[in-house]
Design a protein around this ligand. Structure first.
Ligand SMILES: [Zn+2]
Length: 98
């Protein structure tokens, strides 16, 4: 089981979190105007990356806030954790996380 460092609460067991799918997906700019197929592709046709992937996670049994993780899906190594709206931060372990 992974230990994930919530950017708001600190390190907690993976059991406190929920996976929310890939991060940084580009939503169609005019959602009402896209075809059902385009909308379906946006919602359901997601890459299943083997390797480094940005992901959305929610600390659902903690603060309830969403954030992003850059994670290697093969090894489960977490390379970066950053708040929504922020770009990918430096690898975990950097002093300032910037
Ligand atoms: Zn939290």
């Amino acid at each position: 089981m992974m230990t994930i460092k919530c950017p708001y609460c600190g390190e907690r067991s993976e059991a406190e979190y929920n996976f929310g799918g890939p991060a940084h997906l580009e939503r169609p700019s005019h959602a009402a105007e896209v075809s059902d197929k385009e909308w379906g592709n946006y919602l359901f046709m997601l890459d299943n990356v083997k390797g480094i992937s940005p992901e959305r996670w929610c600390h659902s049994h903690g603060c309830g806030r969403w954030f992003n993780i850059l994670r290697n899906t093969e090894t489960h190594e977490i390379l970066s954790i950053y708040k929504m709206g922020e770009g990918v931060k430096a690898a975990r372990g950097d002093k300032d996380g910037a």
